[in-house]
Design a protein. Structure first.
Lengths: 384, 235
């Protein structure tokens, strides 16, 4: 601690240079925080996917339907606890920009399959009592200021009703919360029986099945049995763990993790050069000072430590400030208003960010520190 | 006092020292067959023309450089045999340097500059402050402790340099052209201070200078010419 004043003195002495370098570090870490939140929003569902849940979809494509009659057969397959289904509704509320997912479900089965969906018993009962009833996640409810009792018209881009209209009106009977931070509270779920009766075509067809299995360790075996059950049928199936299914969705926008990593690598490499240049300049212009310190008795190791500490004193606060700013911006919510429902900066990424700032400090400072360490005292004192 | 001279009262013993520098293909003999003794409590001036090896000799005495041949013994320690890490620690304990261009850290106040050598000791913050205040009082700069070097005159900066050199109560003070960058008046004040340190505090001082006026303040003067030591001026 007694060296802290010495370490920080040069940074305080060169205020403009320090401020500009700090600013570049801060901006880089704001970007890091933002990209981390975007990555989390796109792949977070993968992390939250149930280890004991499998998804059964049409082997040809996710947009091809499966018969509702498959449910009974799936329920009989060894290893299966129970199955339910969902279908992509693809609706629009007022404006295409107001995106959020909607899906018809069988209420009791759905709530049993997803215990992370928290709905009060009263609201659950109301849903069972109301044919046109829908439950909506709290994020979407707050976004559009919906409350229980509201009627919400949604325009489907896919499903026409018997009367030809594409406007489906739902009664909000419940607002659900998520058990975990990562639980998506943007979707709207309504009753499948209402949907199937009212839709004009593809009656008795569903989008995909969700299976709860007894033993997650048997996932691969159960998946094989499910697909074998429907092999050589008009609608063959492909069964996979829920995480892989969600990952496949995320991969449709490209390999997000790779893209984010590539961008951040380029940014931090450039930053390393910037901070490294700052430190190299700082050491070059203080050759005489380091000579004087060595003459006083500072060892080569202490000089190395002083330069590294100065570099870290620049990098770590800059990184921390950038991450703090990112956190504040991200806390305001999904900037796309619906496309990134789980938009937040995970604590893990904050710690990773701080770790990167430390590595940045060490990486940027190591070569100048070694140079200062190697300075011959007599030679350094001649360079005044 | 913290000096530990040999049994014959010698603080510095340089015997048969050669110093050769290699500059590419060129070999430069800076010091040749040099013998020098400095007694504890002495004020010695080292004079000579530019390039005669004065600073090199001073650096050898201060453990900043090693001789190519010969031995350098200061305060009973063979500097030519000490490993680098121990040499740094030895320097911190025994040597106080005063540089021609002061070599103060511009980002630190006068008192923080004076404190620097004390950071290498186990003294507490309060103890360091006490030593710093004492050193600044000795050089007459108690009222300028919080000033940065850029707001001090040349003479004041050199006095801060001297305070820094004496704050650890070193065995030996090595001064490299301490008045070289000062006008006559400021230079005389510095020389007065060095004389007082020698006379009143018993500090052993070796001062490199090319100025006969400064050398006259010392108790003894030796002369370097083309790397060889003389005890009389060389014409």
């Amino acid at each position: 601690m007694k060296f802290l004043h010495l370490i920080g003195s040069h940074l305080r002495h060169k205020k403009l240079r320090t401020a500009l370098t700090l600013l570049s570090i801060t901006v880089a870490f704001v970007l890091f925080g933002f990209l981390s939140a975007i990555r989390q929003a796109l792949v977070g569902g993968v992390q939250m996917a149930g280890a004991d849940r499998l998804i059964v979809r049409n082997k040809i494509s996710i947009i091809q339907m499966l018969p509702e009659s498959y449910q009974a057969r799936i329920n009989r397959i060894p290893g299966v606890d129970f199955a339910t289904h969902q279908t992509w509704f693809g609706g629009i509320y007022q404006d295409p920009k107001n995106f959020f997912m909607q899906s018809p479900v069988v209420p009791q089965e759905f709530l049993k399959m997803y215990p992370e969906i928290l709905l009060s018993p009263a609201e659950s009962n109301a849903w069972l009592q109301t044919r046109t009833g829908a439950i909506v996640g709290r994020k979407t409810a707050e976004r559009f200021h919906w409350k229980i009792g509201d009627q919400v018209p949604i325009q489907s881009t896919i499903w026409a009703k018997e009367d030809g209209s594409r406007t489906w009106v739902f009664d909000i009977v419940g607002i659900f919360d998520g058990r975990d931070k990562n639980t998506d509270t943007t979707p709207l779920f309504f009753r499948y029986d209402y949907f199937d009766e009212a839709r004009r075509y593809q009656k008795g067809q569903v989008g995909w099945y969700i299976i709860r299995i007894h033993d997650p360790a048997q996932a691969a075996a159960v998946a094989q049995r499910v697909d074998a059950e429907f092999a050589n049928s008009p609608a063959e199936t492909r069964t996979e763990p829920e995480g892989a299914f969600i990952q496949a969705f995320a991969n449709q926008t490209g390999n997000i993790v790779f893209i984010v990593a590539a961008i951040l690598s380029a940014v931090f490499f450039t930053l390393l050069l910037v901070v490294g240049n700052t430190m190299a300049q700082a050491v070059r212009e203080r050759t005489g000072e380091f000579g004087a310190l060595k003459a006083m008795g500072f060892s080569n190791g202490q000089i190395l430590a002083l330069v590294l500490a100065e570099s870290c004193l620049l990098a770590i606060p800059g990184g921390a400030f950038g991450l703090s700013l990112a956190w504040l911006i991200i806390a305001r919510g999904d900037p796309t208003h619906g496309l990134l429902p789980m938009f937040y900066l995970p604590a893990h990424d904050i710690f990773v960010g701080l770790g990167i700032s430390l590595l940045l400090g060490l990486g940027a400072g190591i070569f100048p520190a070694l140079k200062a360490r190697r300075l011959q005292v007599a030679e350094a004192l001649r360079r005044l | 006092m913290s000096e530990n001279p040999s049994s014959n009262g010698l603080l510095v013993e340089i015997v048969g020292v050669e110093k050769i520098f290699q500059r590419g293909a060129e070999t430069i003999h800076v010091l040749t067959h040099l013998d020098l003794q400095v007694r504890a409590g002495e004020f010695l001036a080292l004079m000579g023309p530019s390039g005669s090896g004065k600073t090199t000799l001073l650096n050898l005495m201060g453990g900043l450089d090693r001789p190519t041949e010969g031995t350098v013994t200061v305060a009973g320690e063979r500097l030519d045999q000490l490993p680098d890490r121990r040499l740094a620690a030895w320097r911190a304990r025994h040597i106080g340097f005063v540089f021609q261009l002061y070599n103060l850290l511009p980002a630190l106040t006068a008192e923080r500059n004076v404190e620097l050598p004390l950071l290498l000791t186990p003294l507490s913050k309060a103890e360091r402050k006490k030593h710093v205040d004492t050193a600044l009082a000795v050089v007459g700069l108690s009222g300028r402790a919080r000033h940065y070097p850029r707001t001090l005159s040349g003479g004041e900066q050199q006095r801060v340099g001297i305070a820094r050199a004496i704050v650890t109560d070193p065995t030996l003070l090595l001064c490299d052209e301490p008045t070289g960058d000062l006008d006559r008046k400021a230079g005389d004040e510095i020389l007065d201070l060095l004389q007082a340190l020698n006379r009143d505090y018993g500090k052993t001082i070796v001062m490199v200078t090319h100025d006969p006026h400064a050398a006259a303040r010392a108790g003894r003067t030796v002369y370097l010419n083309k790397g060889r030591l003389h005890h009389e001026p060389v014409q």
